[in-house]
Unconditional design. Structure first.
Lengths: 247, 381
């Protein structure tokens, strides 16, 4: 059995977001890139499944759509334990474009993991689109996955409870946090070995993105905070009425 | 010329940083306060492959270069001096001499276990009467009936007495057949009769690291426990200290980086006179000076590592790096406390620990004065 884990290359979650002068693109200058946190957890779970005693998983492949700069993110996935990597050499223009590119390389896998969203544009669309393009079933908001004797058990957190499903392969699982406890820290051996693992660069196919970006806006800066002394309840109510106008 | 770190070096930095932040940072203050050596963290450092990183895989190492190892020490020291001490001493003083001077048999016997983090090894050079002047050593070793018999004592030996310290490389005075005195290095396992190890308590710094006194009272080890050859002791010591200086330098650099980051973020948060204290020029300039010193220290140290990795002479640069990195660690930690004001003197603020921990770095493995002596000899004074 072969697992594919989609790996988004996203700015570190502490990045100070800036845009270019005409506000049509993210300014990537000086940004530290990481594996999309959901994808990192998905990879962690895939590795755990592979390591269980009766595992029937032969290999875990990771894939992304991105330029050569994203290879360090893929190498990190290899250092953590993925067996090989595929990079489709293109700018990830939008969800449909990315899903279409991935559909070319996501063939022959029994189980595919996609993060529920990516922490950069939070589009939450690639996983579902890819399943459609591959014409395989998918299940979203997966927070647990067990593999026993070749059959899959899936847990989903739903409003007010949780749901357990039995699913057949092939399957694309769109995972949320909870799928694994904590991402792994690669060992030095893994980092050394990552260098010699296979990383295939695939040529992108011709496909038009479905969206184009008009502009980006930063959220309005937080208004300054007014402190009201604890014995001044009346003043607080007056401010809420007259200044904040929320009452 | 190229100042870029390789992809692998960057990944090692990120990985060790993540480990230090996730697993060491939350417990560092408590371990320091209780002066508790951490077996779980030592084990984790072993699992991650931080021990014996630069050794071939055959001995349980990772086959990395020296720079990778130095980056790892720097990143641990950025968070905690004590864990960095355990790591650096075990690698440079414990594993180093066994690897560089051991026979293949000795290497295979000890190194795999030492690289795994299950066991620690120490280097016993300093004595109560022989610190900077290590040639003043009084500990003796004599070959009697195919056994080395050791008598004497050692002091301040890092990783010498923990529950997992399985042995020590000991330098002692031996007498050549012609009656002349020379230095010889012997491998002594912890469970050898006549070998006593006592933990030293109440340190001001590196409180969560293990420091020991070693006592040898007619301690007998088999003849094959000779490391290198008879009379090679000085050479082993000098080579070990050259390499060790790089890791002390890395601890200085990491400590400076850690203290600087604490000061910078505090200065941006703390408001007085209606604005962040980082806006007052005197503080801003202090922080600018810190950043510059750290940059210089890093360039100097990485160059020394590069020389060693290239197989070139690096003794001069190692001494300069040790001296400079440890001295700027002192300056940066001192100003970082100043920027914290009264809070910088409270144990709730990590900067206080950095202020204490850096103080060893100008003393251990050759004091600042001795480094200046080494440098001045290199430049022909
Ligand atoms: C926490 C800790 C861990 C240590 N770990 C180890 C270890 O693992 N293994 C080990 O072997 N040792 C270890 N040491 C010992 C350390 O290397 C020595 O403390 C150091 O070499 C200085 O020796 P000393 O303390 O005897 O000081 P001294 O040599 O007595 O020096 C006192 C002062 O005199 C100055 N001085 C001495 N000679 C000269 C000179 N010729 N010119 C100018 N000034 C001079 C020194 O610079 C210093 O300022 C450790 C020490 C500590 C505190």
């Amino acid at each position: 059995m072969k697992i594919l884990v989609l790996i988004g290359n996203v700015p570190d979650t502490t990045t100070k977001v800036k845009f270019n002068a005409d506000k049509t693109a993210f300014d990537a200058n000086g940004v530290q890139w990481i594996i999309n946190p959901w994808d990192e957890l998905a990879l962690t779970r895939a590795l755990e499944l592979k390591e269980t005693a009766d595992s029937c998983i032969e290999s875990i492949v990771v894939a992304n759509v991105g330029r050569v700069e994203t290879e360090s993110t893929l190498r990190k996935a290899l250092a953590v334990g993925a067996d090989e990597a595929i990079r489709v050499d293109a700018d990830p223009k939008d969800a449909f474009y990315v899903a279409s590119q991935l559909a070319q390389v996501a063939i022959g896998f029994d189980l595919i993991f996609a993060g529920i969203e990516a922490s950069d544009y939070n589009g939450a669309a690639v996983g579902g689109m890819l399943a459609e393009l591959l014409a395989i079933q998918s299940v979203s908001a997966v927070s647990g996955i067990q593999l026993e004797n070749g059959s899959l058990k899936i847990n989903r957190e739903i409003d007010g409870g949780s749901q357990t499903l039995a699913m057949n392969l092939p399957l694309l699982a769109i995972v949320q946090k909870g799928i694994a406890k904590e991402p792994r820290i690669p060992a030095m051996r893994g980092i050394m070995m990552a260098r010699s693992k296979k990383l295939t660069v695939a040529t992108p196919i011709e496909v038009e993105p479905l969206t184009s970006i008009l502009s980006f806006e930063l959220p309005a800066p937080k208004a300054s905070c007014k402190l009201v002394a604890e014995d001044q309840a009346k003043e607080l109510i007056r401010l809420l009425h007259e200044e904040a106008k929320v009452l | 010329m190229n100042f870029d770190l390789s992809e692998e070096h960057k990944m090692i930095r990120e990985t060790v940083r993540e480990f230090a932040e996730r697993e060491i940072k939350p417990v560092a203050q408590e371990l320091d306060e209780k002066a508790e050596f951490s077996y779980p963290l030592t084990k984790r450092m072993g699992e991650l492959g931080l021990f014996g990183m630069y050794l071939p895989e055959k001995y349980g190492g990772q086959g990395s270069d020296i720079l990778s190892y130095i980056i790892a020490v720097e990143e641990i020291a950025r968070i905690d001096g004590s864990q960095a001490a355990t790591l650096a001493a075990h690698n440079s003083l414990g594993i180093g001499p066994l690897y560089y001077f051991g026979t293949d048999e000795q290497r295979m016997k000890y190194l795999p276990q030492l690289c795994s983090g299950e066991a620690l090894w120490s280097f016993g050079l300093t004595e109560p009467g022989a610190g900077s002047d290590s040639r003043g050593s009084k500990t003796t070793v004599e070959l009697i009936n195919k056994e080395w018999v050791i008598n004497g004592s050692k002091i301040f030996i890092t990783n010498g007495a923990s529950d997992i310290s399985v042995g020590s490389t000991v330098q002692a005075v031996s007498t050549m057949p012609d009656g002349s005195k020379t230095f010889t290095t012997i491998i002594v396992e912890s469970n050898t009769p006549g070998f006593k190890r006592v933990s030293m308590h109440n340190k001001m710094m590196w409180r969560a690291s293990d420091t020991a006194e070693l006592f040898f009272d007619d301690c007998r080890v088999p003849e094959e426990n000779l490391l290198g050859t008879v009379g090679q002791g000085s050479k082993i010591m000098l080579a070990t200290l050259d390499a060790g200086r790089l890791s002390i330098a890395a601890m200085g650099l990491g400590a400076a980086q850690g203290a600087y980051e604490l000061a910078l973020s505090y200065a941006k948060e703390r408001k007085q006179f209606g604005q962040p204290i980082s806006k007052f020029q005197i503080n801003a300039f202090k922080l600018a000076d810190m950043a510059m010193k750290i940059e210089l220290a890093r360039n100097l140290l990485y160059k020394a590592c590069w020389l060693k990795d290239e197989g070139r002479a690096y003794g001069l640069e190692a001494a300069m790096s040790k001296l400079y990195c440890s001295e700027i660690a002192k300056e940066v930690a001192d100003e970082a406390v100043q920027i914290h004001g009264g809070y910088g003197l409270m144990k709730d603020y990590a900067v206080e620990r950095f202020y204490r921990d850096q103080r060893l770095l100008q003393i251990g493995e050759g004091t600042s004065e001795i480094q200046r002596l080494v440098i001045s000899r290199h430049i022909g004074c």
